[in-house]
Design a binder for this molecule. Structure first.
Ligand SMILES: Cc1ncc(COP(=O)(O)O)c(C=O)c1O
Length: 388
């Protein structure tokens, strides 16, 4: 009998090791990992550069706390700021996506009160997902995640996703920020419209609001640019990331413009583990490898090939209703239950995930090659032919 909480619905498979996009289980069966630990194993498994860097760091020291300078953390921040194209200046490190959003919420509230007004309300989106701690949960516009955990912190208003006028109508004299995922992930992989995000940025400027982007799932690199906002003509004030940032080592980050970040003063927020030397080394290495191996370009190419293959499969199989995505963040809406396809895919050596009852998502490591795209599509085709 397992002594673990039963808060996850786990498949009865245990992996022993991986290499690149491949995983092997305890029975020696090989799989293509098209889920990457839910958008997290960005460099695939056992990338020699990441393995070497964290082993070397562990041999020097793991943790000293944020009471001291941590050069590894400073270098990781330099790289993240550079990846933002210099439009964001400061970084706060934490340990997960939900913590990044908590920090962003606290920052937005402090900022909203900077001139003595009482602006604390955040407009967020229906179908959004920002994490499981109470603040991030309250920001999450999907009631199913709230049930049983009320009362949640107040100060959040939810409006229709991808609807600029709905946000405009929800802004009041109490509003301090708009929080949105450029591509809704857990909601089912829905990229926001260009005009909507650009309109939101303009609205935020007009009404003196912070534009806070939850890029926990989209950055770094997943959509084919460092940050998803770079596909749009917008400059956000605050950006949260996590998941793929450490390539599997737990780490989250909040990036903000200088004058916004300045509103969290010493003692007002923190994290014991946040940005420790091990996590920071992982971040620095992941960002270096993305750049040196040209992974943004590779994501764009393999993402296009994957989307084209999925569209072809939709036509030939008759079991796919829609294909969506950006870069290596894809979803397919099915005529059948997603859980059934996920299970058949696993049986055929392909790891994918169900994100909605009839939606499967595909989030491979960024190192995915075009040959591996074809191999994954072949396995998915077999799996689809086996579902009723
Ligand atoms: C957009 C987004 N924000 C926040 C989170 C929460 O991140 P974590 O599970 O690391 O706390 C997730 C996780 O799926 C996410 O997709």
């Amino acid at each position: 009998v397992s002594h673990l909480f039963e808060n996850y619905r786990r498949a009865d498979v245990a992996f022993t090791h991986g290499r690149g996009v491949r995983l092997w289980d305890t029975a020696g069966r090989e799989y293509l990992d098209f889920l990457a630990g839910i958008a997290t194993s960005s460099l695939g498994h056992a990338h020699p550069r990441l393995v070497g860097a964290i082993a070397e760091q562990a041999g020097r020291y793991l943790h000293v706390s944020n009471l001291y300078r941590i050069p590894e953390q400073e270098r990781a921040a330099d790289r993240l700021v550079a990846a933002s194209g210099g439009v964001l200046d400061r970084v706060f490190f934490c340990n997960s996506g939900t913590e990044a959003n908590e920090a962003a919420i606290k920052l937005a509230r402090k900022w909203g009160r900077r001139q003595g007004e009482d602006r604390f309300e955040i407009v967020a989106m229906h179908g959004g997902f920002h994490g499981r701690t109470l603040g991030a949960l309250a920001a999450t516009g999907t009631p199913a995640y709230h049930r049983g955990f009320e009362p949640l912190p107040g100060g959040f208003v939810h409006v229709l996703f991808d609807d600029l006028e709905a946000v405009r109508a929800a802004v009041t004299e109490r509003t301090c920020a708009v929080l949105v995922e450029p591509v809704q992930g857990e909601g089912g992989v829905f990229p926001i419209g260009r005009q909507v995000l650009e309109g939101l940025a303009e609205l935020c400027r007009e009404r003196d609001l912070l534009l806070v982007l939850d890029e926990v799932q989209t950055a770094p690199g997943r959509t084919g640019s460092w940050f998803a906002f770079q596909h749009y003509g917008v400059v956000p004030d605050v950006v949260c990331c996590a998941k793929g940032l450490g390539g599997g080592v737990p780490v989250g980050a909040v990036l903000a413009r200088d004058e916004v970040a300045a509103h969290l003063r010493p003692g007002e927020h923190g994290s014991t583990f946040g940005g420790n030397a091990l996590a920071s080394t992982a971040v620095e290495t992941v960002l270096e490898v993305i750049e040196e191996e040209g992974l943004l370009e590779r994501v764009r190419r393999s993402g296009e090939r994957l989307a084209a293959g999925l569209l072809k499969l939709a036509t030939s199989s008759g079991r796919i209703r829609a294909v969506r995505g950006l870069g290596l963040m894809c979803a397919i809406d099915l005529e059948v239950e997603a859980a059934v396809l996920v299970s058949r895919a696993l049986h055929n050596g392909l790891v994918v995930g169900a994100v909605r009852p009839q939606t499967v998502r595909i989030l491979p490591p960024l190192v995915l090659t075009e040959d591996e795209v074809d191999e994954g599509l072949a396995r998915l085709t077999r799996a689809l032919s086996e579902v009723g």
